[in-house]
Design a binder for this molecule. Sequence first.
Ligand code: SF4
Length: 418
Amino acid sequence: MCIGIFKKENFEIVNNPKEAEIIIINTCGFIESAKEEAINCMLEMAEYKSAGNCKYLIAMGCLVQRYKNELEKSIPEVDLFVSIDEYDNLWEKISNLVNVKSESKNTLDYLNRIISTGNTTAYLKIAEGCSNRCTYCAIPYIRGPFVSRKMEDVLSEAEQLANKGIKELIVIAQDTTKYGIDIYGKPCLAELLDKLCKIEGFKWIRFLYAYPESITDELIEVVKQNDKICNYFDIPLQHFSDKVLKRMNRKSDSKSIEKTIEKIRLEIPDVILRTTLIVGFPGETEEDFFELYEFVNRAKFEKLGVFKYSKEDGTPAAKMKEQVHYKTKQSRLNKIMALEQQISKIKLEEKIGNVYEAIVDGFSDDNKFICARSYMDIPNEDGTIFIKNNRRVKSGDFIKCKITAVKNYDMLGEIIEE
Ligand code: SF4
């Protein structure tokens, strides 16, 4: 949305930082690895002040919200830090810095956004913040409580995206399944998805981050009944041991988690399930970890990510006494990932010989392969289908492809004639 302001003010938008006179870094401050990545990015971009055209470096987003004072002291190369609380005055701050006279009162506006994810795929944010208060997570402190956007606003942004030619719409929020509870008094994700399906132009609609306790029968039914909605549930579970779930202040327990997964698999047999887990949460014993490991072995998630617990300033878990040694965390992570690798291999090999509709995301660096993705994979997280580049296709095209082999978390395929 920030790029949208610059566009409105007649700035030219470039993707190559070497060419840019103003570089804007949107930071994430959620966990240790994200913080490191954001800081490295700031330092890397600072080099363009001497090696490129960069005159002004601006950083905004969650990390700035959390650590503005510290960042101002430690990274003086950045000319302006804008925290989330200051977004209402964003343009005023930027125009002062870059010496542009502008009377306009530009603010971040969903309807004035520039799509930075290409011409085919776009994210649609339906809520800000989170009220779940998991004890390890800083997001509620950074982003504030969960606030849904009005359904009519979300739908009009979606229509605008469809008119721009977007084919794959990815509905996001910290917890999409809570959508509507704060403003309509009931969960409305199923209704929203149903309405989004009626907008002409979208071929695929996905929603990310469905919390297990809020996956309703109605939601499963809407996914099942609408061909446009990808049969894909991303359900961040974090753990399976009831003791750990409770300490994490998660709302679901092991029984309800298992029941929800069973129900989804029963209703939508070709569903792809993704989850995210945390190992080494304070107080996680060998027994707790074993329960988690056994569950992963039973549930057989097609996609899975694991994080080592990281102590986040200001969160209740950071003060818990029984912190787990980093070596134990690493070894638990390795064990889960080794197991998931086997599960994923078996699941992917089952797909060999099947034909899927896939979207062309681009081409390999050497241009020898088309990089495509079926309903089974979300962009930037999951695998790729590599197809020999012997046909004329372009990014954003939908193709039919037959899976011929599996390579780690990716697949090889060939295009099938219509
Ligand atoms: S649901 Fe929990 S982990 Fe997710 S953003 Fe909210 S507090 Fe953080």
